[in-house]
Write a protein that binds this ligand. Structure first.
Ligand code: AMP
Length: 212
């Protein structure tokens, strides 16, 4: 399955992506994780992306489209993939269609704005592998440590109240219109993001026609 996960920041795309990745045996490709790694390593792309990310703005389309195309051309993607955080603009969605990469489904995780701010303040991320956690709803086995690699869990630099507001505006203005684009293509399914992780996981499975 070639799947696109979309939804506002903090909807649970990263967490559901991980769960689906294990279940379906395919990799999650998160543009956010790729960009944060590039920033840590201070690559050309990282240096360019840092300012945009810290202000809650989108990185320019041409930069991100190039990175994703290169990643999707790698052999492991032939078995399927889960795109988390891409496409985020209509231009990116059109570029993906034009590139000839087949998309089977686009899952939109739906969460109200009021819930988002609350969720993002309790969100944490592994500083080493990027795995997502939440100190309320998705705790690691050992406090402050990643279950997968033992890395230190940190709060993201762009999970501040001001940046969160910008990111939500950007989502509604630039990303949400993609839903209509994929609906027209007959690919869009939706799932409600709930308080409890397992309820969201069940909604996602149902939306994708998987056994709950
Ligand atoms: P995320 O981890 O998906 O919330 O992404 C964090 C930040 O990375 C976003 O707020 C954007 O600044 C940038 N970013 C990630 N994916 C994209 C994309 N597809 N297009 C433009 N910017 C992106």
């Amino acid at each position: 399955m070639n799947l696109v996960l979309m939804g506002p920041p903090g909807a649970g795309k990263g967490t559901q992506g991980e769960i689906l990745s294990k279940r379906l045996g395919i990799d999650t490709i998160s543009t956010g994780v790729m960009l944060r790694t590039a920033i840590k390593e201070q690559t050309e792309v990282g240096k360019l992306a840092e300012g945009y990310i810290n202000e809650g703005k989108l990185v320019p389309d041409d930069v991100i489209v190039k990175i994703v195309k290169e990643r999707l051309a790698k052999p492991d993607c032939a078995n399927g993939f889960i795109l988390d955080g891409f496409p985020r603009t209509t231009a990116q969605a059109e570029a993906l269609t034009k590139s000839g990469v087949r998309i089977d489904k686009v899952l939109s995780l739906e969460v109200d704005d009021e819930k988002i701010v609350e969720r993002l303040s309790s969100r944490r991320e592994c500083s080493k592998c990027g795995a997502p956690y939440n100190v309320i709803s998705n705790k690691p086995a050992q406090e402050g440590k990643c279950d997968k690699c033992g890395g230190e869990l940190i709060q993201r630099a762009d999970d501040t109240p001001e940046t969160i507001k910008n990111r939500l505006n950007v989502y509604h203005e630039q990303t949400e219109p993609i839903k209509a684009y994929y609906d027209k293509l007959g690919l869009l399914v939706t799932a409600k993001g709930e308080e409890k992780l397992e309820d969201t996981t069940a909604n996602v499975a149902k939306a994708l026609g998987l056994e709950v």
